[in-house]
Design a binder for this molecule. Structure first.
Ligand code: NDP
Ligand code: 8X3
Length: 254
């Protein structure tokens, strides 16, 4: 039986933006598919949602698991109207010549390949349904360079360009695509980036009124709820206390 309610599929719903996005769509009466690797967190979130929710323990790096998760979606959560590709991470902030190459691989596998698996797997049901919207969570790091961003920023530059290219492919199939690009936001992001070093993570947010997960959930929901005569290509959101630096000129180099 086809369910008439709007349905959203969110990756990385166990924390930060993803959790806030799930709560926001639920509060607006949408049915949610929430996913992430931490099952306890998924269960806790599910218990607090008001509307039907399907939770999936899912590592987006596992292509077979992504395909199975989509194949096994209950009929009442099919077809998905909106896919929010949110799962992602930064690892480390060292210079490119010092960084752990395993960290680079993990970011590529998650932020790029995981996003590709979810997108490619869910798109056919959207196309079949004649409508749909893919909302990718990019980053200001996909456009603005900074020291230590190296591969993290490059994965988000991929997300930015992939979003535009997706839209070029899918406009005739009535699929909308948006890249939401947040700046400094207080979530578990920095704790993950600094591999559990809470002190280092806290220092990033010290005495700064950073973006909150609900700010991004607002932007995502606003984007998803626009009338179909417009497509929001991209939104860049920085913290009120964040802006650009001057060029770095190193004197005395030969
Ligand atoms: P959090 O660390 O709080 O949340 C990250 C989420 O991604 C978690 O739910 C985590 O779930 C999930 N995730 C990570 N790896 C995987 C994986 N392999 N498979 C499935 N899920 C995974 O950080 P944010 O909420 O800040 O990050 C969300 C997105 O926003 C990311 O793409 C990040 O790059 C982006 N972003 C963050 C900014 C910030 O400053 N916070 C700014 C700009 C963009 P679990 O561990 O349970 O699998
Ligand atoms: C996260 C924002 O500036 O820490 O994508 O890279 S930043």
């Amino acid at each position: 039986m086809i369910c008439k309610a709007n349905k959203v599929f969110i990756t990385g719903a166990t924390s930060g933006f993803g959790k806030a996005i799930a709560q926001r769509f639920d509060a607006e009466g949408w049915h949610t598919v929430i996913s992430g690797r931490r099952s306890q967190r998924l269960n806790a979130l599910k218990q607090n949602l008001l509307n039907p929710c399907h939770s999936i323990v899912l590592d987006v790096r596992d292509r077979n698991a992504v395909e199975k998760a989509v194949r096994d979606l209950p009929d009442s959560f099919n077809p998905v109207n909106v896919l929010v590709n949110n799962a992602g991470l930064a690892l480390g902030m060292m210079d490119a010549d010092e960084v752990y190459i395993d960290d680079w691989e993990l970011m590529v596998d998650t932020n790029i390949k995981g996003l590709l698996y979810c997108t490619r797997t869910i798109l056919p049901q959207m196309v079949k349904n004649g409508t749909g919207h893919v909302i990718n969570i990019g980053s200001i790091a996909g456009y603005w360079p900074y020291p230590g961003s190296n591969v993290y920023g490059a994965t988000k530059a991929f997300v930015r360009q992939f979003s535009l290219n997706l839209r070029a492919d899918l406009v005739s199939k009535n699929i909308h695509v948006t890249d939401i690009e947040p700046g400094l936001a207080e979530t578990e992001f920095s704790e993950v980036r600094f591999k559990g070093d809470k002190k280092k993570a806290a220092a990033i947010y010290k005495n700064v009124d950073s973006i909150k997960p609900n700010d991004i959930a607002d932007a995502v929901f606003w984007t998803a709820s626009r009338p179909r005569n417009i497509n929001v290509n991209r939104i860049e959101i920085m913290a009120g206390a964040q802006a650009f630096s001057p060029f770095n000129i190193v004197r005395g180099l030969k």
